[in-house]
Design a protein around this ligand. Structure first.
Ligand code: PSU
Ligand code: MN
Length: 306
């Protein structure tokens, strides 16, 4: 049986020629924003990858296939599907067999990108260790995927809906390099700094690409997490976002929200509670990550060609 991988021609051609490609996730489209803002944003993120000299490959599951790159019709269908499944490692095969429409999380996008031969993936924020994980055991499968699958993931750090110190501890245990871009501190999504130092720092995309290739040569299985601080003009002060996070967490607890519903519930409530302020910043940081992802993919392509 062959792999159910469907490439759009532009992505297939770029991969065959060794040109830079950046994978993009789709949970951000189906579980993050309303239609048609979600589709417009996805297109803007793809344009940012192109502007950086790489080909974007947005990944989703449709019609029993892993779609690597979405044309206008496929992206529109995905953006309109009201109850698209949210797919992590556990869900991927089942969704391919049932033929449902599924959006890929960071974990599932990493798996699909690696199968497709794509080494770099840009997104907004990763899942992590939730606050209260010592009783809920809620630790995102994204962290384990970073420990297992050799894809370099560019994100703006992690949201303060998570327990950031525990998230960094688990990443360290799993052997995942956490590399802050252009600064010493680990960024916290809407803030450039979490108040914690990142374990590593890189100031140029070439170093990140070279480290990605070196990990391959060493036979190390997992990926790298590149934490790119939000552009300063789009930072949201903690006094603005903090109360929204606390309210959203209290609502989730009161309503007994659990398992995969937790993260989409919190993200949705924070957008509503900040009157869209958080969404505007969210879009800006994803665009910045797409640009950095493209720069890393360009270097990876250059170094791989020798
Ligand atoms: N965190 C964000 N934005 C997101 C997500 C997380 O700041 O869009 C999405 C990503 O798709 C991520 C997923 O992979 O949520 C993690 O879900 P969970 O916590 O259920 O593993
Ligand atoms: Mn979870």
């Amino acid at each position: 049986m062959t792999l159910p991988l469907h490439f759009i021609p532009e992505v297939r051609a770029a991969l065959d020629a060794g040109r830079p490609v950046v994978a993009l996730e789709s949970t951000i489209i189906t579980h993050g924003m309303p239609y048609p803002t979600n589709v417009d944003t996805a297109r803007a993120v793809e344009a940012a990858v192109r502007a950086g000299g790489a080909v974007p490959a947005t990944i989703a599951i449709m019609g029993g296939a892993i779609r690597v790159g979405l044309d206008d019709a496929a992206l529109d269908t995905l953006g309109r599907t009201p109850h698209a499944r949210k797919l992590s490692r556990a869900d991927l095969a089942h969704c391919l067999v049932t033929g449902e429409v599924g959006a890929t999380t960071v974990a599932a996008t990493m798996i699909c990108a690696h199968l497709a031969g794509i080494g770099v993936f840009a997104t907004g924020g990763i899942g992590g260790v939730h606050r209260g994980a010592e009783t809920s055991f809620d630790i995102s499968a994204d962290l384990y995927e970073l420990g297992a699958t050799p894809v370099t993931v560019v994100a703006a750090g992690a949201k303060a809906i998570l327990d950031l110190p525990k998230t960094l501890e688990v990443l360290e245990s799993l052997g995942v390099p956490v590399i802050a871009f252009g600064q010493d501190d680990f960024p916290a999504f809407w803030s450039r700094s979490s108040g914690m130092k990142a374990p590593m720092r890189a100031d140029d995309p070439a170093t990140i690409a070279a480290a990605h290739l070196m990990r391959g040569r060493l036979g190390l299985p997992g990926g790298q997490l590149v934490a790119n601080p939000i552009p300063p003009e789009h930072e949201v002060p903690l006094q603005e976002i903090g109360p929204a996070i606390e309210t959203a967490l209290a609502e989730a607890a009161a309503q007994g929200i659990a398992a995969k519903a937790v993260t989409p519930f919190l993200l949705d409530r924070i957008v509503a509670l900040t009157g869209g302020r958080s969404l505007e910043s969210n879009t800006a940081l994803v665009l910045a990550n797409a640009r950095l992802g493209a720069a890393i993919a360009v270097e990876l392509s250059r170094l791989s060609r020798g």
